[in-house]
Design a protein. Sequence first.
Length: 134
Amino acid sequence: SIKMVAEGNMDTWRIALVVALCHICGIYFIVEQPLSSLFFEVPHMAHMLDEIGAESATTWLGNFGAASAKPFRLWGSAPYMADFCNGSPVGLQVRLVTRRGSKVTGTRSLADSASYPKQFGDFVANLQAQAFAE
């Protein structure tokens, strides 16, 4: 709907502002979106990320214990962004969506994929701890 698009556009402005404030204050940030999202291609978001020299990384929740592969993209200023690039997981067969012609429908597993597995949280916490120790 038009209202949802307007709200989504406003969200990109808000996050671009938070990214700018983090950069100005010297605070690391990481923004995550599904790999298929166009969020990072919205002109003002893309411009902000480019202006501050943010780095991107693609990772897969399946590498952190999730039942599905679920690829996603991260953009951020953390010094460990490259550590997220870990290749696609092997052997995961859980499908999150079903395609029938031009229609895409979420499966029952889609809701389960909305949260991060504990292994991913531990991975990020360890990266952050190492960054603070340096």
